[in-house]
Design a protein around this ligand. Structure first.
Ligand code: FAD
Ligand code: FES
Ligand code: FES
Length: 481
């Protein structure tokens, strides 16, 4: 078992031992590697100034994705190649992205610029012919306070000068992936009273959790990192599943979407494009590309926020969670998993290993709604999933789930019963809205008042009626709104 981390930084191998393993990536880069191009501003994943590229070995090569380095800890990056804004140059020559930002005057104070450059470089890697829409979507995780976005978008669309080399040409992936592969196996770092363990098998992970039931599982760290930076969370024992084989898959088995316990939201977004449009639509509005590349579906479920964006869909699909511990395996329905605010049917030493989501049939209508103060990179005020089969206007198999209206996501059994088997009409949906209001218990907070959320609970039903039923079948199944 290794007692230190091994990774690459801009093509150079790094061996990290002791307390450094517990630093955030951004702080380590800036304070210990002099890589001050990576900026920190919000330290909670919201501004993108700290964006770096992380190359993860896949089939002998490296798959690069942008992530927020302020809410990632070094121990999460063991076995990867980290590329920062400094690593994009070739000698004194700027990359095509960097040169384009200069040519289009995409920078004023410059504080956000490295983050934009790295996020744009990721887009440039994945899609050589970039559309304006793709550029805007790729940059939703990056904020600029002074330049304005037009010059930045122009820069993203015109990468004709600079050295023009791709990451693969700057840092051939095979030797790096091969060197990282030599460090396979489990990793345990202990320093200053803290322990980090990255097991290579599920059995090792479960044995460790049995010994250390208070250990915190850290996956993408997109909730965990914010808790550490903003709320002073400092657990002594942490476990990541990043080296455990077989927990990162996604497949469809007999109409059930099976998602591994460490599958990222970004992988799920890519997988569901075209095949599960309602879920894909809501995933496109989840955080930012940086957040989706790190965050996992299991983390969204286990974090147990009543406004977690994936939950209403999982509720109306009757998703099942496979849980494992050293005592064995069991399956729990998502509809009974939450026992109260942040209280789960998850025993000490237990973890989510798989999420099974029976997919709605093609004849069914499923709509997911996210209400937030802005479209992208915002926490929901209210979420909803509405599922039913429509035969003309007759409704059957009605399932409704709302988030942001109680300490946990709620199904609405009385409203479902009112609609079930009935002919849809505006009057019936208005009545359903009145019943829905009696089934929720919203509170007021910074994102919205109790009254606003109550209004949304009925208005979302009217929206569904007008768009999906009165608007006709052509309006159906086109994604989340
Ligand atoms: C800027 C920003 C934007 C965000 N936007 C959204 C958004 O639009 N919608 C939304 O719903 N959320 C959003 N989030 C919240 C967060 O990204 C999600 O909840 C994400 O899914 C968490 O996954 P993770 O892998 O990063 O979890 P982590 O932070 O690693 O873990 C979260 C919790 O889950 C536990 N856990 C993780 N995996 C397991 C497992 N397999 N078994 C048991 N317990 C486990 C951890 O111990 C921890 O308590 C946002 C967060 C940030 C910082
Ligand atoms: S510093 Fe703002 S996202 Fe990291
Ligand atoms: S150039 Fe100043 S914040 Fe973007």
């Amino acid at each position: 078992m290794r007692d230190h981390l091994e990774l690459f930084l801009n093509g150079q191998s790094e061996r990290i031992a002791g307390a450094d393993a517990f630093r955030t990536v951004a702080n380590w880069l800036r304070e210990f590697r002099g890589a001050t191009g990576t900026k920190t501003v919000c330290e909670e994943g919201d501004c993108g100034a700290c964006t770096v590229l992380v190359g993860t070995p896949r089939a002998g090569s490296l798959d690069y994705k942008p992530i927020n380095s302020c809410i990632q800890f070094l121990f999460q990056l063991d076995g990867t190649h980290l590329v920062t804004v400094e690593g994009l140059k070739l000698g004194d020559q700027l990359s095509a992205v960097q040169q384009s930002m200069v040519d289009h005057q995409g920078s004023q104070c410059g504080y956000c610029t490295p983050g934009f450059v790295v996020a744009m470089s990721a887009l440039h890697e994945s899609a050589p012919g970039i559309t304006e829409r793709a550029a805007r979507e790729a940059l939703t995780g990056n904020l600029c306070r002074c330049t304005g976005y037009e010059p930045i978008i122009k820069a993203a669309l015109d990468m004709t000068r600079g050295h023009g080399k791709r990451i693969e040409e700057l840092y051939p992936s095979r030797p790096i992936a091969a060197a990282l592969g030599k460090g396979a196996g489990s990793v345990r770092v202990e320093a200053a009273g803290r322990t980090f363990f990255a097991p290579s098998t599920l059995d090792e992970a479960l044995a460790f959790l049995a010994e250390q039931p208070g250990a915190v599982i850290v996956q993408g760290g997109t909730d965990f990192g914010v808790q550490c930076n903003k709320r002073g969370l400092r657990p002594d024992v942490m476990l990541t599943l990043s080296r455990v084989e077989g927990l990162d898959g996604i497949s469809v088995e007999n109409g059930t979407l099976v998602v591994g316990g460490r599958t990222t939201l970004g992988s799920l977004e890519a997988f569901t494009r075209g095949s599960v449009p309602s879920l894909h639509g809501i995933l496109c509005l989840f955080g930012s590309p940086q957040i989706r590349n790190a965050g996992t579906l299991a983390g969204n479920i286990a974090n147990a926020s009543p406004i977690a964006d994936t939950l209403p869909f999982l509720f109306v699909c009757g998703a099942e969670l496979e849980l494992a511990s050293s005592r064995g395996h069991r399956v729990v329905g998502i509809n009974s998993f939450y026992k109260g605010y942040k209280k789960l049917d998850l025993a000490p030493g237990e973890m989510i290993t798989r999420v099974r989501i029976p997919l709605p049939g093609e004849e069914e209508t499923v709509r997911l709604y996210k209400v937030s103060k802005r479209r992208d990179l915002d926490i929901s005020t209210f979420t909803a999933a509405i599922r039913m089969t429509l035969d003309g206007r007759r409704m059957s198999g009605v399932s409704l789930a709302y988030g942001g209206v109680a300490p946990v996501v709620l199904r609405l059994p009385k409203t479902e019963a009112l609609l079930e088997g009935r002919e849809a009409s505006e009057a019936l949906f208005r009545e359903a809205g009145e019943v829905a209001r009696t089934e929720i218990a919203p509170i007021s907070d910074v994102r919205g008042s109790k009254e606003f959320r109550t209004l949304l609970a009925s208005n979302v039903l009217m929206k569904f009626f007008h768009e999906e039923i009165a608007g006709g079948p052509a309006a159906r199944n086109t994604g989340a709104r």
